[in-house]
Design a protein around this ligand. Structure first.
Ligand SMILES: Cc1cc2nc3c(=O)[nH]c(=O)nc-3n(C[C@H](O)[C@H](O)[C@H](O)COP(=O)(O)O)c2cc1C
Length: 406
């Protein structure tokens, strides 16, 4: 039977030689994983799981990004324990029974030639709330919430309408470290290729990192070294079980945005200087890529307006910690994304909300940057707007076939 080239991903320039100067569409390899372009869909909670398990919605949701050419698709924040969910409808991987549902989605993403990523997370003091599409309120026990069992560094609520958390004991901290490692092992079993630890947005790890939220007086609070202790224990434990050949990413906030400006110092709280030191230590543990976000830890944070607002954080981390980084945050325009990479400010561009608006972002981006792009083969012959591209694709395929016959 004739081979159908099922593994050829969309989102690749039809003529790689002609597109060799477009950085966004250059493949990149980290450890054993090659991404066919440098566009990723960042983790985005959909709050649509039942008892943590992904379902048909997620197959469709993540599948469409993979089908339409994103190089990397990172599945949403996935809790390491039930109390680590933001809402009762979050994704979770705290038990082996949740592996098959995740594997279905991972297989779907991989079947289209994209790289399957997963973010593992603990919501900390932002747990037991309602899905945002329902409203901004604490989820009660009757409705599946756990407002009396919310866990954090200190017993300070995120905002006045959030649950009062219980400060974790050292024993509780050690248990959560183990739960991150167990979840990483399950992710490997599900075939996940890139694992990302969620250490941003005010969730548990960030809650410990920042002096704005961590008021502990034991070895997990006070100095930067002490505040980093628990998150670094998590990274170490995960790296030990996550296969050496697979990339490990960490997403962290580069600033709490307590004051205006992403690079403004906040030495007693959390700022770029401390984030850079954190990145250095993560790198020493064997973390491969730093995914540079910001904010989420303070209910009155000052969010900058405008596109590319977090790129200065990625750029600073890349330069000062000498690591590979992903930039994220209002990357909307293809030319902007290309300039982030070309100016050496980041190695990957993650496109979030714009992907929710336009799931074929990678395909349009390539064309906007002046190169014909491969569509899913099931569509390419049928889409009249790309006749030139299709002609070129067919010629290329015929040429390849002829070469193979020789
Ligand atoms: C619906 C939604 C859900 C999100 N869920 C997560 C998440 O699970 N984990 C995470 O680290 N960030 C999450 N984020 C943040 C995004 O990953 C991204 O960093 C942010 O939206 C900024 O990028 P953008 O401007 O391209 O959307 C979420 C954002 C949105 C809009």
């Amino acid at each position: 039977m004739q081979a159908y080239n099922d593994k050829q991903p969309a989102g690749v320039p039809l003529d790689p030689e002609a597109a060799k100067d477009i950085k966004l569409f250059q493949p990149i390899t980290v450890k054993s994983v090659t991404f066919h372009n440098r566009i990723g869909v960042p983790p985005m909670c959909m709050y649509s799981s039942e008892d943590g398990a992904l379902n048909d919605f997620h197959i469709m949701h993540y599948g469409k990004f993979a089908l339409l050419g994103a190089g990397l698709v990172i599945i949403e924040a996935t809790a390491v324990e039930p109390q680590g969910r933001i809402t009762p409808r979050d994704s979770g991987l705290w038990k082996d029974e949740q592996i098959p549902a995740l594997k279905r989605v991972v297989d779907m993403i991989k079947s289209q030639g994209a790289v399957a990523g997963l973010q593992i997370a603990h919501a900390g003091r932002k747990a037991s709330t309602a899905p945002p599409y329902m409203g901004d309120y604490v989820e009660t026990e009757e409705n599946g919430g756990w407002p009396d069992d919310v866990r954090a560094a200190s017993d300070i609520p995120f905002a006045s309408h959030y649950p009062k958390p219980n400060a974790l004991t050292e024993e509780g901290i050690n248990e959560i470290v183990q739960k991150f490692a167990d979840t990483a092992r399950r992710a490997d079993q599900a075939g996940v290729e890139v694992l990302e630890i969620h250490s941003a947005h005010g969730y548990l790890l960030h809650n410990f990192l920042s002096g704005n939220s961590n008021k502990r007086t034991d070895k997990f609070g006070g100095s930067l070294e002490n505040r980093m202790r628990f998150p670094l224990m998590v990274a170490k434990a995960v790296r030990q079980v996550w296969p050496d050949h697979k990339p490990l990413w960490v997403r962290f906030s580069g600033s709490d945005l307590k004051n205006e400006g992403v690079l403004t110092k906040d030495p007693e709280g959390w700022d770029i200087d401390q984030a850079t030191e954190y990145a250095r230590q993560l790198k020493a543990i064997g973390v491969d890529v730093m995914d540079c976000s910001s904010g989420g830890n303070l209910s009155n944070a000052v969010y900058p307006k405008g596109d590319l607002y977090q790129v200065p954080l990625a750029e600073a981390i890349k330069r000062d910690a000498a690591v590979d980084v992903a930039a994220v945050g209002k990357i909307v325009d293809a030319h902007d994304a290309e300039s982030v990479l070309r100016d050496n400010k980041a190695d990957f561009c993650l496109v979030g909300r714009e992907y929710l608006r336009d799931s074929s972002w990678a395909l349009s981006a390539c064309q906007e940057l002046g190169a014909a792009v491969r569509w899913p083969k099931q569509y390419s012959w049928a889409v009249s707007g790309t006749r030139k591209a299709i002609k070129k694709q067919k010629e290329e395929e015929m040429k390849k076939e002829q070469e193979m016959k020789k």
